[in-house]
Design a protein around this ligand. Structure first.
Ligand code: ADP
Ligand code: 3PG
Ligand code: MG
Length: 396
């Protein structure tokens, strides 16, 4: 794979450079939580600014279409403020998808200025990879840079459409991600233990399958585990569940490498109720509405710990529970700490994903992990040996 770094761009001064970043970062009580993804893209943005480029950033924030929110979102306005502080310069957010106005605005940009386009996912063309939309975006710039490793698994207009129309380059961090994860993919020492959880079910459950070849064991927690319970006929009350995920889980039940929770914490999302339920063959009732499975239980923490303690390579994506609520954070925090403790030394530890990074930072031990990838789904797909559409499009 041959990627061209931004450092190879000639005559940058005065050029309009479209930079795809991923500033899709978690919120906590309506405020930005972890800002790793902003910091990860900052060196590329800084470098372009210092060389006198006119930097036009583009990012998505959340999944507004799926969630039915169509209005302007607050997310990116908070982000440009945070980025501005980091870069020590004003970053202007353009708020509406009106290409005539955006076109005029960017033509007036001065060297070293940084603008940000509206949330890409507020435009219907982004997720459909609409060619006309990609062309309109491309028309705004003269050079395309991808500094969004964590979205490279999506065939979206800003990832695979725009680079078809412009000279394309890879951001500094994207190259680091590809190189480091590439080493894990090709040179991982065994046992390779994968810890996987979270809530993006259809993506991740498929990745469990791809990872089973390489991994020695896959420890499944978070909302992802619900699908295996449901597939085994357990009652799971108001737990997060996606019927497509249950179908896939059914096909994976016999796989001995997949290690499921032995007990879970069930309760209400407000944290007022939280109690342990054992996963046994005797009773198929884990919980009933309004209760939901919201964390892994203590026996599961112990069981998963045994596996983590044997690892030479560790990969983690996805919280073990609703870690944002203290009573359901114990599984994630306990395993996150053990994961970090085993890393940088005996095992090579890689963790990634928007909420996973946030959770890892909250353990206070993130500095002990060898590599923190910006990618969640993208990291897993890449480590599963798949070619990411965004990287493929960037290669020469
Ligand atoms: P990442 O961003 O690390 O890739 P995801 O986006 O897939 O991870 O999932 C993170 C979210 O999953 C968190 O907000 C967390 O609260 C949620 N989650 C994990 N387990 C559960 C569960 N059992 N029930 C509800 N939400 C859960
Ligand atoms: C992520 O948070 O993993 C990336 O920003 C991709 O987001 P998506 O899963 O909504 O495409
Ligand atoms: Mg996430």
């Amino acid at each position: 794979m041959n990627l061209r770094s931004i450092k190879e761009i000639k005559n940058i001064r005065g050029k309009r450079v479209l930079v795809r970043v991923d500033f899709n970062i978690p919120l906590e009580h309506g405020k930005l939580a972890d800002d790793t993804r902003i910091k990860a893209a900052a060196p590329t943005i800084k470098w372009l600014v210092e060389k006198g480029a006119k930097v036009i950033l583009m990012s998505h924030f959340g999944q507004p279409r799926k969630k039915g929110l169509r209005n302007k979102d607050k997310g990116l306005s908070m982000i440009v403020e945070r980025l501005g502080k980091l870069l020590k310069r004003d970053v202007k957010l353009i708020e509406e998808w009106d290409f005539a106005t955006i076109g005029k605005t960017v033509k007036k940009m001065k060297a070293g200025q940084v603008f940000m386009l509206p949330n890409l996912r507020l435009h219907p063309g982004e997720e459909k990879n609409n060619e006309a939309f990609a062309k309109e975006l491309a028309n705004l710039g003269q050079i395309y840079v991808n500094e969004a490793f964590s979205v490279c698994h999506r065939e979206h207009a800003s990832i695979v459409g725009v680079p078809k129309f412009l000279p394309r380059y890879a951001g500094v961090r994207l190259i680091e991600e590809v190189e480091t994860l590439g080493r894990v993919l090709h040179e991982a020492r065994l046992p390779l233990i994968v810890l996987i959880g979270g809530a993006k079910i259809t993506d991740k459950i498929a990745m469990i399958k791809t990872m089973t070849d390489k991994a020695s064991a896959i420890l499944v927690g978070g909302a992802l585990a619900n699908h295996f319970f449901k597939a085994q006929g357990y009652q799971i009350g108001a737990s997060v569940v996606d019927p497509k995920g249950v179908k896939i889980a059914k096909t994976l039940l016999k796989n001995k490498k997949i290690i499921l929770p032995r007990d879970v914490v069930v309760g209400t999302k407000d944290g007022k109720v939280a109690k342990v339920a054992e996963v046994t063959n005797e009773s198929k009732a884990l919980c009933f509405k309004p209760y939901a499975i919201l964390d892994i239980g203590p026996k599961t923490i112990l069981r998963f710990s045994h596996f983590i303690k044997t690892a030479q390579t560790l990969v983690w994506n996805g919280p073990m529970g609703l870690y944002e609520v203290k009573r359901f954070s114990h599984g994630t925090v306990a395993l996150g700490r053990l994961f970090a403790a085993r890393s940088k030394g005996i095992a090579f530890g890689v963790a990634g994903g928007g909420e996973t990074i946030d959770a890892l930072k909250k353990t206070g031990m993130a500095q002990y992990v060898d590599f923190i990838s910006t990618g969640g789904g993208a990291m897993l797909e890449y480590l599963g040996g798949e070619e990411l559409p965004g990287i493929k499009e960037l290669s020469y």
